[in-house]
Ligand binder design. Structure first.
Ligand SMILES: [Cu+2]
Length: 125
């Protein structure tokens, strides 16, 4: 192989490695809430047999808004609680419900359904 081809091959391998990292390994570490023009860091959480994503990374000291979209009728998920932030919300089926709070301390905090069967984690850093 010519040096050109070696370079292109290496570039291809690097690109694949990056994609694997970005879509798999990165995802396991949680989904980072995206800053929006409203000044909130926001993330959409799908509620269906669990929370997707179930690990959410937030930046400390910036107001957070979790938009829960419940796409099921199972009574299990009709409420979501974030005990550490003293927040709870009813989640009517098919609607997006925003839960807002200010993560002031770094750490890991749980959110869950009212019975504690569905669980997710907030990582504040
Ligand atoms: Cu439940």
């Amino acid at each position: 192989m010519s040096p050109d081809k070696v370079f292109v091959t290496l570039l291809g391998v690097a690109a694949i490695a990056f994609l694997v990292w970005f879509f798999w390994l990165n995802k396991k570490a949680g989904v980072r809430a995206a800053p929006t023009s409203s000044g909130y860091q926001e993330v959409l959480v799908l509620v269906k047999g669990g929370y997707t994503p179930d690990v959410i990374v937030l930046e400390k000291g910036k107001p957070a808004r979790l938009n829960f979209l419940r796409a099921e009728s199972s009574s299990c998920s009709e409420m979501v609680l974030i005990p550490d932030f003293k927040k709870s919300a009813q989640l009517p089926e098919g609607q997006t419900v925003a839960v807002e709070f200010l993560p002031e301390q770094a750490g890991e905090f749980e959110f869950q359904c009212q019975m504690g069967m569905l669980r997710g984690k907030l990582i504040v850093e």
